[in-house]
Write a protein that binds this ligand. Structure first.
Ligand code: 7RM
Length: 652
C-alpha cells in the first residue's frame, strides 16, 4: 500500500445545512444517534431485527459466527432472495404494483408488475432447471440493461445458481478470463443491445470468448433482431425456452450462507477478483440500506442509473428496490442519446422520485449546460444520490440546485463491491450534509480511520478507512483464492477490514473519502487496476515495457496515462499511440482505454529496479516532480521524460 499522503487533497468544508425530508423514517440527528448506538452496542440484536422483517423458510440458530476473517450470518437459517423480492411482495398485496419500469434506448417502454415479474422468473427458473443447471452452478450474465437481466439474476438466485454478471462493455478477452476463473457452465446473453444509436454485438463477443473457454450452453435473448452466428448444439433462444416453460415454481429453501453471486472487480494485481457474496447477509444489508438511505415510500419510482454489471446495479437497481416492494426504473442506453436531456426526459415522463447516479455523470451534465435539465419538469424528484467516487463540491451544488431544485436532499453514499451495500451515507432528514462528505456510518456499520499500525487518527488527519466489525453483506471470499481474500482485506491492518481508501474524519464525526491508496484507479466511477492495463499493453508485440498511472481529470475523476517503452527498432508515432489505445480497449473494454500514451526510451527506476510511479504520476499530472529522487537509477531518464512533457504542453 502506498503512502497515504499522496492521495490527500484539501477539501473545503461547508457549514452543515439540515436537509429536510418530510416525515422521514429516521427523523432527526438524535434519532439517528440513538439507533446507531443501539446497533453499535448490540449489532447482532440490531441485524436480527432487520432480518426478521424478511421471509425465512427456517429461522437462524445463531446470528453471527465470526472467526476473523470468516463471517457466517444467520447460521442455520434458510431463505430465498428471489422469494423475498417477488412472492413475499405479492403476499403483502403488491402483485399488481409495477416492479420494473423499463425504457429502451429507442424509446420502447415495458412495465412488469410484481406478479408478472414473478411469473417470468419462475418460467426462467424452470427453463434453467430443465436444461440441467443445478444449485451451485455458475452462470454468466452478459446482457444489456433490459428486464431480462433482472429476470436472469432473480432466476439464478431462486434456484441457487451463482450468477456472475459481466458488464456489456467488457471485451471478449475479459469475458473469457471471467468465464475461466468462475468455471461458468451457462452464458446468458443477447443478440445485441442499443447504445448511442448503434447495436452492441454481445453475442459476437460471447462467440469469440467461447473459442478459448467453452461452456455447456448459451441462452440468447432477442433484443435487436440482429443477425447472429448460431451453434445448434450450444445456443438456445430465450423466447423458445420461455414459451415451453411453466410459470409455476416453488422457491427452495437455501442456506443463509449459500453463495449468491460472484462479481469481478479490479484489485492491485492484473487479475480481477471474483468477489463472492452469500444469500442471507447480503439480503439484509441491501434491504435495510435501501430503506434507510433512500427513505423508501410506497409510491416511489426509484431510478438507479448504474448498469447491472456493477455492484450498484445488483444492490440497488435489482435486489434492494424489489426487497422493499419498490418500483425500479431501468434504462438501457446512453445519457446523451438522442440528446443530452435523455435523463431529464425520462424523469419527467416516468415521474421518478429518486435519482441515484455517479459524480462523473453529474459533471458531464454540468458541462452540457443548464438548458437541458431546465427544459423538463423535474418536480417529481424528492431525493438525489451519488456513488462511485468522491463528489467535488461544485458538482454537488449544481446537482442540488439544478436537478433537485434546492428541495431534494443529496445522499453521498460510500461503499464497495466488497461491502455489498452502502456503508456510509447521510440519512435524509436526519443528518445534515456537507458537499463532498459521505457523512456518517449507517447503523450496524463500524468505520474507523486509522494509521498503518491500526491506531485511530486524530480529527481531520488522513488515514486508512477500515471497518472494525463484521457486517452482514460483507464479501465472504475471493472466488477460488481465499488466501488472497485474507491477505488483501485482513492482512494490511491487524484485525480489521481494510477498504483500500484514504479518508479523514472531521470534528463532527463526518467522513471525507479521498480516494484509493493502492494501485486501483477510478475512471468515471469504474474501478481499474494499473497492472491490468499494463498487462494489456505489454501483450502488444511492439511494446517492451510499460507503466500506467492515473492523472486527475475534471470530468472522469481520473484518466489513464501510459508510459511505454517500445521494442528495439520500433518507430514511435501517433498512429502507434492510437493503435495501443485501441489494443487496450480490445483486450479489456473501452472503459480501460488510456487517455494518453507517452513513449520513453526507458522508465525511471530505483536501483533495485522498481519503477518509480510517484515520479510518473507527477509527470503525468504536469506537477513538478516532488520529493526524493536520489534513488533514481538514471536521472537522465527523468529529464528526458520531463522535457518531452514540456514539449507536449507547449503544443497544447
Ligand atoms: C459502489 C462502488 C469502490 C470504490 C471505493 C472508493 C470509491 C465509492 C464513493 C467512493 C468517495 C463515495 N463500488 N467510492 N463511493 N469514494 N465517495 N461516495 O463504487 O467497488 O466499484 O468501487 O469507489 O474508492 O473504494 S466499487
Amino acid at each position: 500500500m502506498s503512502d497515504i499522503k499522496s492521495v490527500l487533497v484539501e477539501n473545503r468544508s461547508f457549514p452543515p445545512s439540515r436537509e429536510f425530508s418530510e416525515s422521514s423514517r429516521v427523523a432527526s440527528t438524535e434519532e439517528y444517534e440513538a439507533l446507531y448506538k443501539r446497533a453499535d452496542e448490540d449489532p447482532e440484536g440490531y441485524w436480527s431485527e432487520v432480518a426478521s422483517e424478511l421471509h425465512w423458510h427456517k429461522t437462524w440458530e445463531q446470528v453471527l459466527h465470526w472467526e476473523l476473517p470468516d463471517a457466517k450470518w444467520f447460521v442455520g437459517g434458510e431463505t430465498n432472495l428471489a422469494y423475498n423480492c417477488l412472492d413475499h411482495q405479492i403476499t403483502k398485496g403488491l402483485g399488481d404494483k409495477t416492479a420494473i419500469l423499463f425504457e429502451g434506448e429507442p424509446g420502447d417502454v415495458r412495465k412488469l408488475s410484481f406478479s408478472e415479474l414473478h411469473a417470468e422468473v419462475c418460467r426462467f427458473s424452470n427453463a434453467l432447471l430443465g436444461m440441467g443447471v443445478v444449485s451451485g452452478d455458475r452462470v454468466a450474465i452478459y446482457l444489456p440493461m433490459i428486464p431480462e437481466a433482472a429476470i436472469a439474476m432473480l432466476a439464478c438466485a431462486r434456484i441457487g445458481a451463482i450468477h456472475s454478471v459481466i458488464f456489456g462493455g467488457f471485451s471478449a478477452g475479459s469475458l473469457s478470463d471471467r468465464i475461466a476463473d468462475a468455471g461458468i457452465s451457462t452464458v446468458i446473453t443477447a443478440d445485441g443491445g442499443y447504445r448511442r444509436g448503434s447495436v452492441l454485438e454481445l453475442k459476437k463477443n460471447v462467440d469469440e470468448a467461447l473459442e478459448k473457454t467453452p461452456v455447456e450452453r448459451v441462452i440468447v435473448v432477442q433484443r435487436c433482431k440482429n443477425e447472429v452466428n448460431w451453434d445448434n448444439e450450444r445456443d438456445h433462444w430465450y423466447h423458445d425456452l420461455m414459451a415451453a416453460a411453466s410459470s409455476e415454481h416453488q422457491a427452495p429453501a437455501l442456506d443463509s450462507e449459500h453463495p449468491l453471486f460472484i462479481l469481478y472487480t479490479s484489485g492491485t494485481t492484473g487479475k480481477p477478483k471474483g468477489i463472492l457474496h452469500t444469500t442471507g447477509g447480503y439480503m439484509c444489508g441491501v434491504y435495510q440500506s435501501t430503506k434507510l438511505v433512500f427513505d423508501i415510500k410506497d409510491d416511489d419510482i426509484f431510478w438507479c442509473t448504474a448498469d447491472v454489471g456493477w455492484i450498484t446495479g445488483h444492490s440497488y437497481v435489482v435486489y434492494g428496490a424489489l426487497l422493499n416492494g419498490t418500483t425500479t426504473l431501468m434504462y438501457e442506453g446512453a445519457p446523451n442519446h438522442p440528446e443530452p436531456d435523455r435523463f431529464w426526459e425520462l424523469i419527467a415522463k416516468h415521474k421518478a422520485t429518486i435519482l441515484y447516479t455517479a459524480p462523473t455523470a453529474i459533471r458531464a451534465f454540468m458541462r452540457w449546460g443548464d438548458t437541458w435539465p431546465d427544459k423538463h419538469d423535474l418536480s417529481s424528484l424528492r431525493l438525489l444520490g451519488t456513488v462511485g467516487e468522491p463528489i467535488n463540491p461544485a458538482a454537488w451544488e449544481w446537482y442540488r440546485e439544478r436537478i433537485g431544485g434546492n428541495r431534494c436532499p443529496i445522499v453521498d453514499t460510500w461503499w464497495q463491491t466488497e461491502t455489498g451495500s452502502i456503508m456510509v451515507s447521510p440519512l435524509p432528514g436526519a443528518i445534515a450534509t456537507k458537499p463532498g462528505s459521505c457523512t456518517r456510518a449507517l447503523p450496524g456499520v463500524s468505520i474507523k480511520i486509522v494509521n498503518r499500525e491500526g491506531q485511530p487518527c486524530d480529527t481531520n488527519a488522513g488515514g486508512f478507512l477500515v471497518i472494525d466489525k463484521p457486517w452482514p453483506s460483507m464479501l465472504r471470499t475471493i472466488y477460488g483464492d481465499h488466501e488472497r481474500f485474507t491477505k488483501t482485506y485482513f492482512g494490511e491492518i491487524d484485525g480489521v477490514y481494510f477498504a483500500g481508501d484514504g479518508a479523514r474524519c472531521d470534528e463532527d464525526g463526518y467522513f471525507w473519502v479521498m480516494g484509493r491508496v493502492d494501485d486501483v484507479i477510478n475512471v468515471s466511477g469504474h474501478r481499474l487496476s494499473t497492472m491490468e492495463v499494463e498487462s494489456a499493453l505489454v501483450s502488444h508485440p511492439q511494446v517492451a515495457e510499460v507503466a500506467v498511472v492515473a492523472k486527475p481529470d475534471a470530468l472522469k475523476g481520473q484518466v489513464i496515462v501510459a508510459f511505454v517503452t517500445p521494442m528495439g527498432g520500433v518507430e514511435t508515432s501517433d498512429a502507434l499511440a492510437i493503435e495501443l489505445r485501441q489494443h487496450v480497449a480490445k483486450e479489456i473494454g473501452a472503459l480501460a482505454r488510456p487517455e494518453e500514451i507517452r513513449f520513453a526510451d526507458a522508465l525511471p527506476k530505483t536501483r533495485s529496479g522498481k519503477i518509480m510511479r510517484r515520479l510518473l504520476r507527477d509527470l503525468a499530472s504536469g506537477t513538478k516532480v516532488q520529493g526524493d529522487v536520489t534513488t533514481l537509477e538514471d536521472a537522465s531518464v527523468l529529464s528526458a521524460l520531463a522535457a518531452q512533457h514540456d514539449e507536449d504542453s507547449d503544443e497544447a
